[in-house]
Design a binder for this molecule. Structure first.
Ligand code: FES
Length: 164
């Protein structure tokens, strides 16, 4: 990875945005990459604005590498105010925002973010799934909350056949 990209990632990580669960989210999507073992979950909440249903807020939690966290931080800002269709139309490198084009070995980190977003926005389960799907909070390690069986939340592995 070149030095400039490393600096941009470090800058994004110095002030990560939108980390953590989102109370009363309308959608949640979880993806994993079985090659590198990273996982990322994204929550999305909508609002009505000028007759359009747009993304009011998106948050994430990640067992991802620094690049995935940096992209998720930037992407959750980028999609705010967009409709689900507009957010889904964004290309992988567009989600990486000011990080700029990622080297081939890091593209899959942005694809993890794209996959979580796609999973959240294209799910067919009822809205407000996070209200029923959120595992118990107090004292439960994050890894257990990620892997615990949850109602209405499907873990997708990006390297499964048929996945982007
Ligand atoms: Fe796998 Fe970054 S190394 S998500």
């Amino acid at each position: 990875m070149n030095e400039d990209l490393q600096k941009r990632i470090e800058a994004a990580l110095a002030n990560p945005r939108n980390m953590g669960e989102l109370a009363d989210a309308d959608r949640v999507g979880t993806v994993g990459n079985s090659d590198c073992g990273e996982m990322l979950r994204m929550w999305v909440k909508f609002k009505e604005q000028n007759g359009r249903k747009v993304i009011d807020q998106a948050t994430f939690q990640s067992f991802g590498c620094e690049t995935a966290i940096a992209v998720a931080s930037l992407a959750t800002e980028l999609i705010r105010g967009k409709t689900a269709e507009e957010a889904l139309a964004l290309k992988t490198n567009e989600l990486a925002g000011e990080l700029g084009p990622l080297p081939p070995m890091k593209i899959h980190c942005a694809q993890l973010v794209e996959g979580a977003l796609r999973s959240a926005l294209t799910q067919t389960t009822p809205e407000n799934v996070s209200k029923t799907a959120a595992p118990p909070q107090g004292g439960v390690p994050l890894i257990e909350r990620f892997t615990a069986p949850t109602q209405g939340v499907k873990m997708t592995f990006l390297d499964e056949p048929g996945q982007p």
